[in-house]
Design a protein around this ligand. Structure first.
Ligand code: CTP
Length: 413
């Protein structure tokens, strides 16, 4: 469906599952309707033990659906999954959370979640022991890794009469999390629409012989997070990826490259049509002078490898740039010294340089988190930010867009 249409219609698909908190979905429906959302309710069979179906239909103005059968030829679960501005599961039972994490699709709601392209949020509601169980924790972390957002439960009295954490979050908290998600999506859809973003990610492998190579510890997570963020914000994304163990981001034009030379060739091919270049790849500075075509056997002697410098791809891309292109480089350092970083930025000829300290524990290569020091060409910007690579990706793209706006203003002055 056309994204603008999706925005205008403001459809929320409210999934209700089997928990005593299901009756509170009525308050949610009323609040969403007051805020001019069109609310479509899909309930599981068990939810209907707690949710008064007819009341939910009167409040929402739509029929409450439970089964994929009998929806008629016009409505399929795929359409339902895609037309919503967001899918909110409230309450989400332990059973339903497990289903989503396992990718099961044995009723209408779980099928919709599996086919969804809209953002999914869920508000768990269950006994504290169930919430704390390792199975639930594992399922929650799987959903988190897929960017399915949890609205955490609160402490309070539970259905069993005990007290603990497991009560569904308050209606206001759920509503503001939902609004934030819809607002972010709307914002993201607009700001890179029509732009082409070229991103490099991951390590390079320089061959020694058919078995061995020189590589590095880059996981590609930062570059892939940048690609995902740019796609969500409407960009046309080409991702030049070194060898990594990550699934290709949905919607990216992915091009694999193994060596620095291959990466150079692919980047130069795609660079002329790019508006923005982000070089997050950890490109090997050195390659073997001559690689062996057969496996080198050991012979009881020392083995000296002759290495030569690889071309500096970023430097030559920046030299070949045309007006209007914005370039962000990365710097993997073991210590962040501002003066050295500023020199590197100027040497490479980039607009922005995102430096990370790879020796810090809990950030850098392989980690889901990072700490980045971002500087710009004029020395005006020097900001440090820590967080999940996904959030840092959004932040870096915000900074690129800000830089482009400023550059445009300067050109017009
Ligand atoms: N880079 C590149 N070509 C290379 C090496 C690095 O295009 N042969 C790019 C990286 O993708 C990154 C930036 O240059 O965006 C900085 O990489 P980094 O390894 O920090 O810098 P180097 O140029 O290798 O400098 P040094 O290792 O001496 O600090």
């Amino acid at each position: 469906m056309d994204d603008n249409l999706k925005q205008k219609k403001r459809i929320i698909l409210l999934g209700v599952t089997g928990s005593i908190a299901a009756h509170r979905a009525l308050d949610l429906i009323r609040l969403l309707k007051t805020e001019n959302y069109d609310v479509k309710v899909v309930a599981t069979e068990n939810a209907l033990h707690f949710l008064p179906k007819e009341t939910a239909e009167v409040f929402s103005g739509n029929t409450v659906e439970t089964s994929a059968y009998g929806l008629g030829p016009q409505v399929s679960h795929v359409e339902w999954a895609q037309e919503a501005s967001a899918i909110l599961i409230a309450p989400a039972s332990a059973d339903f959370i497990a289903k989503m994490a396992l990718g099961l699709a044995d009723d209408l709601l779980s099928t919709i979640c599996l086919a969804a392209s809209s953002r999914i949020l869920f508000a768990p509601a269950m006994e504290e022991r169930m919430y704390d169980h390792p199975a639930t924790k594992t399922h929650l972390s799987i959903l988190k890794s897929w960017n399915i957002r949890e609205i955490p439960p609160e402490a309070g009295s539970l259905a069993s009469g005990r007290s603990g954490v497991g009560r569904m979050a308050g209606i206001d908290s759920i509503f503001s999390a939902l609004q934030e998600a819809v607002r972010q999506d709307t914002h993201e859809i607009k700001d890179l629409l029509g732009k082409t973003v070229l991103i490099s990610a991951g390590p390079t492998y320089e061959p020694i012989d058919p078995v061995r190579f020189i590589g590095n510890r880059s996981s590609g997570k930062m570059g892939y997070a940048l690609a995902e963020s740019a796609i969500r914000r409407g960009a046309n994304v080409t991702l030049i990826s070194g060898p990594v163990a990550l699934p290709p981001p949905h919607g990216a034009n992915i091009v694999y490259a193994e060596t620095a030379r291959e990466m150079q060739e692919k980047l130069f091919h795609h660079f002329p049509s790019a508006d923005i270049l982000i070089m997050a790849a950890a490109i090997s500075d050195y390659t073997t002078k001559n690689s062996f075509s057969q496996k080198k056997k050991k012979d009881g002697k020392d083995w000296l490898l002759h290495l030569e410098e690889n071309p500096d791809i970023l430097f030559s891309l920046a030299k070949a740039r045309r007006p209007g292109q914005t370039i962000m480089g990365f710097a993997a350092e073991t210590a962040l010294v501002k003066k050295e970083l500023q020199d590197k930025l100027l040497r490479k000829g980039v607009d922005l340089l995102a430096a990370n300290n790879i020796s810090e524990t809990g950030s850098g290569f392989g980690s889901d988190n990072n700490t980045i020091l971002l500087i710009d060409q004029d020395g005006l910007l020097s900001e440090e930010k820590s967080g999940a690579k996904k959030d840092l990706a959004d932040w870096l793209i915000n900074k690129i867009l800000l830089h482009r706006t400023r550059a445009l203003q300067n050109r017009n002055d």
